[in-house]
Design a protein around this ligand. Structure first.
Ligand code: AKB
Length: 314
C-alpha cells in the first residue's frame, strides 16, 4: 500500500517509517527537515513546510497515497515558547493535510492526537468522550484537529481515525514534549551517571513504549469500519510516576544519581493532564492491547541507549 508520513523526522515518524516498510508499504515522507543520511530502501523524502497548502497539496498529489499518517506537530513544552507557530503548524497543517487528502482522493487520514487534549479536573480514569478543555496551545490545536477530522469524515467522505497518545518513550531523540524527562533519565544516567529531572518525583502520567504506539496506529488504520463507533480513541499502557522511572533506571544503572528540580512551566503543563485514562473503547472496538510494561520498556530502552548516545555525542 502507498502511504505518506508527515513529520517523518520526528520521534514517532522516524520509527514509523521503517515499521511501515517492514509491513510491505511504499512510503513517501513529507517533512521540513532534510532527509537523514540513512533511510530504509525505497523511501522517498519530500522536503516541505506543512503550513504551505500548495506544497502539501503537490506532495500528496505526487505521492498518490491511499493512507496518510499525519504526525507533523509541535509538542507541548516547545509549543508554549511559540504559540503562534504552534497554531499554524498543528492546526493549519492538519487543515492542509485534510484538504489535500480530500482533493486527491486519499482514502484515509490517520491522526496522532494526545492526552494533552484533556484539561484539569476531569474524573479519572478519563473516559473517551469528555469535555476537552486543554490549557496549552498544543492541546487546543489537537482538540481542534480531532474535530476538523471528524468534520471531514462526516461531511467530506474522508476516512479519519486517530489515537490519543500518552507520553511516548523510546530511545529516539524526543522533540520538545513535557514527557521527555523519561528518556533523558535513562540516557543521562548512562552517559553522565546523573540526571536532574524537571518535574516532581510524584508526577504521574500515562506513558507508553513507542513500539506499542506504532502498532496501535497501524492496527487502528486496518480495523474494519463496521466495528468502529468513533474516530478518536484513548489508548494507554502504564501510568508510572517520575520516581518510578528513576527506580527503574537505578536498577539498571547502579549508583545513578537522579534528582528532582521542577521547572514551573513544564510542571504546570504536566499537572493539567490526567494520571489515568480509560481506553476500553479501543480495547473492545479494535482489540487494542499494550505489550510493554515499565520493566520491559526499560530493558528495551537500555539496549538502545548506547547507540543513541553515539548519535547525540557525549
Ligand atoms: C508532550 O509531552 O507534549 C507529548 C504528549 C503527551 O503529547 N509527549
Amino acid at each position: 500500500m502507498k502511504t505518506l508520513v508527515t513529520g517523518g523526522a520526528g520521534q514517532v515518524g522516524s520509527q514509523l517509517i521503517p515499521y511501515l516498510c517492514e509491513l510491505g508499504n511504499e512510503v513517501v515522507v513529507f517533512d521540513l527537515a532534510a532527509a537523514p543520511t540513512t533511510l530504509p530502501e525505497g523511501v522517498r523524502w519530500v522536503q516541505g513546510d506543512i503550513t504551505d497548502a500548495q506544497a502539501v497539496s503537490s506532495a500528496v498529489a505526487g505521492a498518490g497515497p491511499e493512507v496518510i499518517f499525519h504526525l507533523a506537530a509541535i509538542l507541548s513544552a516547545k509549543g508554549e515558547q511559540d504559540p503562534h507557530r504552534t497554531y499554524r503548524v498543528n492546526l493549519g497543517g492538519t487543515y492542509n493535510i485534510l484538504e489535500a487528502a480530500r482533493t486527491n482522493g486519499v482514502r484515509q487520514v490517520m491522526y496522532a492526537s494526545t492526552i494533552a487534549v484533556f484539561g484539569p479536573g476531569l474524573p479519572e480514569p478519563v473516559q473517551n468522550e469528555v469535555s476537552l478543555r486543554p490549557t496549552t496551545m498544543y492541546g487546543v490545536t489537537k482538540v481542534a484537529g480531532e474535530l476538523l477530522g471528524e468534520y471531514y469524515q462526516s461531511r467530506r467522505g474522508l476516512e479519519f481515525r486517530g489515537v490519543r497518545f500518552p507520553g511516548l518513550v523510546n530511545a529516539g531523540v524526543p522533540g520538545g514534549g513535557t514527557t521527555d524527562y523519561a528518556l533523558w533519565m535513562y540516557v543521562d544516567a548512562v552517559r553522565h551517571g546523573r540526571y536532574e529531572c524537571f518535574v516532581e518525583a510524584s508526577s504521574r502520567l500515562p506513558m507508553m513504549y513507542l513500539d506499542d504506539g506504532l502498532r496501535a496506529m497501524v492496527e487502528l488504520s486496518q480495523a474494519p469500519r463496521e466495528r468502529l463507533k468513533r474516530c478518536i480513541y484513548n489508548i494507554v499502557a502504564i501510568s508510572p510516576s517520575a520516581g518510578d522511572f528513576a527506580d527503574a533506571v537505578r536498577k539498571r544503572v547502579p549508583g545513578a544519581e537522579i534528582t528532582f528540580v521542577p521547572d514551573p512551566a513544564r510542571q504546570k503543563i504536566l499537572d493539567s493532564w490526567p494520571h489515568e485514562v480509560d481506553d476500553s473503547a479501543a480495547r473492545s472496538e479494535w482489540d487494542w492491547r499494550h505489550e510493554y510494561d515499565l520493566e520491559r520498556m526499560s530493558d528495551a530502552i537500555m539496549e538502545r541507549v548506547p547507540a543513541l548516545i553515539e548519535q547525540l555525542g557525549r
